[in-house]
Every structure is written in C-alpha cells, then in structure tokens.
Design a protein. Sequence first.
Length: 190
Amino acid sequence: MRTLISTAFVSLDGVVEAPGGEPGYRNAGWTFKDLEFLPEAYEIKGREQKEAGAMLLGRVSYEAFSTVWPDMEDFADYKVMPKYVVSTTLTDGDLVSGWGETAILRSLDEVAALKETEGGPIILHGSATLNRALSDAGLIDRYHLLVFPLLLGAGKRLFSDTDKDTQRLRLVEHEAYANGIQKNVFDVVR
C-alpha cells in the first residue's frame, strides 16, 4: 500500500490559501513577504520530489500548477512523475501537454484504489478542498507541514471543521528555523 503524504505551507492559524501569490486572496504571497528566505527551511520540498512516486492534485491546484511547474527547474522531478487529478468536471482535453503522464480520478474511492497500487509515496500538493475530504475519509497517512509564523485570519484551511472523532498524529520529524518557520512531519496514527 502506498503512503499518501499531504504537503503544505500553512500559517499558524491553519490557512493554506495563495501562499505563492495566487490572485484573489487578500494575503496572497504570504510565504515570502517580509520573511527572510532560508534555503534550509525548504529542504523537505526537494526531498519530496526525490522520494515521491506520484503526485495528486485537486482540479484548482492542477490548473494553477500545470501552467507554471512544467517549465520550472525547481520542479523538474515532478515533470516526469505520474500525476493524478481528482475532479468531477475536468476532461482529458483539459490536461496540459508536456507535463508527463496525467490521469483524472473521479472520486475518493478512486484515490483509495490508487493507494492500493504498487509504487512510491503519493504526494498531495495544495488542493485545500481535496485535503480536507481526504483527511475526513482517513486516506492521508502523513503530513509534511511548513508552518509560517503568521496569523492570516480568513482563508482556505488545511483541516476541515467537520465534527469527527479525534485523529491522532505522531511527530516523526521537526525543526525550527531562524526565520520562524517550523517543519513538522506527522504520521497519522491508525
């Protein structure tokens, strides 16, 4: 069974919306505004590309990343990696060319089936709505969180506000950096 890893830039109050400057959000670009860049704080991002066997995205994140990431040297390993987009509306004609093999999944059941296949970990980028649904369905196995020392207030959240039983996490890796970013890697306890 493959491990499903949710990776996110998240504010201390749980917001994940528009970390790179995507339009339409008041605090867009919060990961780099007024924050000293320390390469060591982002080491996990390179490691994720080397260790992952596939990438999973929701439709909105796919549409945002697929126009930029295919030509970026920083994301070269993702270009050749199989990608899966969870969407009920996307068609094969909506997929970009030149970004490697991409398949559309229509449901969480199809994500669960993907986890049962052979291969390395599946890395889930962005995709706030999909993250919440996968978490609520018990399909996420690990979280890679870079927590930024910011309170953003409103915005899309990583975790749902669904009333559910406690989900326990085990801290397996952590580090704090001089600019206030914290790396927290949690395994979901089953």
